[in-house]
Design a protein around this ligand. Structure first.
Ligand code: G6P
Length: 372
């Protein structure tokens, strides 16, 4: 009913608008008065967590892109190697696991059979298992040693939105907690990152208030049959997620690439009029990736692409090369996916509805895939 959808036309639109709350609720109650992270629910002894020397993140679909963001954050903050693998690939390749391996599964539903089977397999091999999950009491958290719940609330639309941002938020918390335990970051640094995380919900609202810009763009593109997405560093999984959303909802060819890979193949796809979305790194990124991605925009433009750029507010370097720039508020580079994902979700929703498709129940897909 309309009431269940909070006055929005579709669950997906409601859930996109629930995102400030989903992030805020996932952060809630996870710090003490002194600003220290407390993840009591992790029920794995600190000594055991401190002995972890490898992390394997297992997930499918959108949740696997949250896992890719987790890799960038945890390796940077904790200096622990992180592998991210699709659950259904993991089990059948003789992965190397021992009791110092921490397996982190990410699942909105907690019922995805591929991920459940991978977690069971990891346990049999002796790994400790943590579930990042949005559904209380579901099977994957029940079978894991520990659980870190995302508090996005029930997600009804088949295409995941608010659960994704909550998963990324939970992954940051896990990374910061491990960094705190292992003293890889100073407590002041952890507090600064937590303060920047706490400021994210308002920044998502700022994006939602300007959604008309993306709506107009989507309507103008309803006859396009292929859209490419480029991103780099934490923007790479965002590009992949932007493309997945278009496949799921608009049924058109869409692909996400690491921007650095462009010259190794994908650039051959570019011809006159090809739409390309570019997820810009922060101009403050410590590796100066910004300039490299500006060059990528110039390269695809020179071959006829139409470029649509998601960039940090005040990033004027991109204006000259973009047909359309959507600005997101500033935050630290590692946290940008919580902002840059949102316009891509709105774009997929609007393109799907412009084409007259069922946004909440896309063809051929299920919300929870309980078969292998
Ligand atoms: C299905 C859904 C996707 C979801 C994936 C993983 O394929 O259609 O939206 O990302 O499952 O689901 P999970 O519940 O494990 O996060």
């Amino acid at each position: 009913s309309a009431a269940e959808k909070g006055g929005f036309e579709t669950f997906m639109e409601k859930e996109i608008h629930d995102q400030p709350q989903a992030v805020a609720d996932t952060l809630l109650g996870r710090t003490d008065a002194a600003g220290q992270l407390i993840l009591d629910e992790l029920r794995i002894e600190p000594e055991e967590l401190m002995a972890v020397n490898k992390i394997i993140v297992l997930a499918c679909g959108t949740s696997a892109y949250a896992g890719m963001v987790a890799k960038y954050a945890i390796e940077h903050w904790c200096r622990i190697p992180v592998e991210v693998e699709l659950s259904h690939e993991f089990r059948y390749r003789d992965p190397i696991i021992d009791p110092t391996t921490l397996v982190v599964s990410i699942s909105q539903s907690g019922e995805t059979m591929d991920t459940l089977m991978a977690v069971r397999y990891a346990k049999e091999q002796g790994a400790r298992t943590v579930a990042i999950c949005n559904t209380n009491g579901s099977t994957i958290p029940r079978e894991s040693d520990a659980v870190l719940y995302t508090h996005a609330g029930p997600e009804i639309a088949v295409a995941s939105t608010k659960a994704f941002l909550a998963q990324i938020t939970a992954a940051y918390l896990l990374g910061l907690y491990l960094a705190q335990l292992n003293k890889k970051l100073f407590s002041g640094q952890i507090k600064d990152i937590l303060a920047d995380l706490a400021a994210i919900p308002k920044k998502i609202e700022d994006i939602l208030e300007r959604k008309q810009q993306i709506k107009d763009l989507a309507r103008s593109m309803k006859d396009d049959t292929s859209v490419l997405f480029l991103g780099r560093n934490v923007g790479y999984p965002v590009a992949m997620e932007g493309a997945l959303k278009l496949k799921e909802l608009a049924y058109i060819h869409a692909e996400g690439f690491a921007a650095g890979e462009l010259k190794h193949g994908p650039i051959a796809l570019i011809d006159e009029g090809q739409p390309v979305f570019v997820v810009m790194p922060s101009p403050m990124d410590r590796h100066s990736l910004h300039a490299k991605v500006v060059s990528n925009i110039q390269e695809v433009r020179a071959r006829g692409a139409r470029t649509f750029v998601v960039a940090e507010r005040g990033d004027t370097a991109v204006e000259a090369y973009a047909e359309n720039v959507f600005e997101v508020p500033e935050t630290q580079p590692m946290l940008m996916p919580l902002l840059t994902t949102v316009p891509l979700q709105i774009f997929a929703l609007e393109l799907s509805s412009a084409k007259g498709y069922d946004v909440d129940q896309p063809r051929n897909l299920a919300k929870s895939v309980t078969v292998e």
